[in-house]
Design a protein around this ligand. Structure first.
Ligand SMILES: NC(=O)c1ccc[n+]([C@@H]2O[C@H](COP(=O)([O-])OP(=O)(O)OC[C@H]3O[C@@H](n4cnc5c(N)ncnc54)[C@H](O)[C@@H]3O)[C@@H](O)[C@H]2O)c1
Ligand SMILES: [Zn+2]
Length: 363
């Protein structure tokens, strides 16, 4: 597959799709590289496609939210200073969004910025987060509060890496893929629908195609609005509720699945406002959204209260109503900033019923 070149005001970069076994060899030949690898990915692939890296000193990190904090990045800084000379230092990282955020942040600040090569290992990182140049750290109890805009010099996508993901994280990535297609419009979702069964069976060829299509869609948004001032915000479809669900469940619901629940909730807000019919919402939920939800995507009554609480805190920070991307009857999206907590609360109450009626359509 041809590489994609992402145009960025911070420096263009290529996304290479590499099915072959040689891509890791090339990375080993880099002079003065500091390697950071998700420790689980190393355990699963250290004797497989990542074997060439065994010849280099590796910094292994757990993919926990603590890794992407100032303390976590401090440890990486210390490791890098001890290992790599300042001149022409390059960071090579392999992992999902956690490793991406920590190493992207590190690359952007150490020595006022060094080159960075990123190999995404989760479906979410391959299909979504690896482009767009955002790096984020958690600060105290605030998720993703600190951050920089800093693109890698190169992204290498090796599709077979995702074969070892557990279902919860695989379907989380699939959730973001579905979101990306909905954001792109009805033609994209029509093409996706017949492929959902193969994707859910985790067929490699379908996954590779869906990853590339998702990146092509995201590319259009970020190249037009790199700094999130307008159209790029539509990529946040499902994320207002999604982020609140993640924090209310202490991240038990993986990101992409929280986003999918967030899409259903934004749909329910639209239904209540008369912008979307329930039949249309149920149809899309049944065909595209429900298949991406595993048992990890459950929010009980207690957590539903905590979601409203989390949104309330968010609202206190912005000082206005809740900003939610909402769909209309053709799944056209618009960002509104006047959603009330009462509307959010009502949508949360209606969520179990909405999922149930979509489920009965597929039965
Ligand atoms: N910078 C951005 O643009 C951006 C966008 C979306 C999300 N994020 C951040 O990314 C994080 C979530 O990232 P994620 O969902 O990619 O996952 P992750 O990095 O949290 O990893 C999820 C789990 O999958 C494991 N894993 C990773 N690769 C694997 C593989 N190939 N096989 C088996 N297991 C593997 C990890 O060890 C971990 O247990 C969050 O912190 C979120 O805030 C950042
Ligand atoms: Zn997301």
């Amino acid at each position: 597959m041809n590489p994609l070149t992402i145009r960025s005001r911070l420096g263009d970069y290529d996304v290479d799709f590499r099915d072959d076994a040689d891509w890791a060899l090339g990375l080993c030949e880099l002079d003065n590289a500091f390697f950071v690898v998700d420790e689980l990915v190393w355990r699963l692939h250290g004797e497989g496609c990542l074997a060439p890296l065994a010849t280099r000193p590796l910094h292994l990190v757990p993919a926990t939210e603590e890794t992407k904090t100032l303390e976590g990045v401090g440890d990486l800084c210390a490791g890098m200073i001890a290992q790599a000379a300042k001149r022409n230092a390059v960071i090579v990282s392999v992992g999902g969004g956690v490793v991406q955020d920590a190493t992207g942040f590190l690359a952007s600040v150490i020595y006022r910025g060094v080159d960075w090569v990123y190999v995404p290992s989760t479906l979410l990182a391959q299909a979504d987060s690896c482009i767009g140049a955002k790096t984020s750290l958690n600060f105290r109890h605030f998720k993703n509060l600190l951050g920089t805009m800093y693109p890698p010099k190169r992204v290498i996508i090796h599709p077979p890496l995702v074969a070892t993901l557990n279902d919860d994280h695989f379907f989380s990535g699939l959730g973001e893929i579905v979101k990306m297609h909905i954001v792109a419009g009805p033609d994209a979702t029509k093409r996706l629908e017949p492929r959902m069964a193969a994707l859910c069976r985790r067929e490699q060829a379908s996954i590779g195609d869906a990853v590339r299509t998702s990146l092509l869609i995201k590319q259009q948004f970020i190249e037009e609005d790199e700094f999130d001032r307008g159209r790029r915000r539509l990529l946040n479809f499902g994320h207002c509720f999604g982020h609140a669900i993640e924090s209310a469940t202490d991240f038990a619901v993986p990101h992409g699945q929280a986003v999918v629940l967030g899409i259903v909730l934004a749909g329910l807000v639209s239904c209540a406002r008369g912008r979307l019919t329930r039949a249309r919402l149920d149809e899309t939920t049944a065909r595209l959204l429900l298949p991406t939800l595993t048992s990890a995507a459950s929010i009980d009554d207690l957590a539903r209260g905590a979601v409203v609480e989390a949104m309330h805190h968010d609202k206190k920070r912005s000082g206005t109503g809740l900003a939610v991307v909402v769909p209309d009857d053709d799944w056209g999206l618009v960002l509104v900033s006047d959603v009330t907590e009462a509307e959010a609360s009502r949508a949360l109450d209606e969520l179990p019923g909405a999922l149930e009626s979509a489920r009965s359509r597929t039965a």
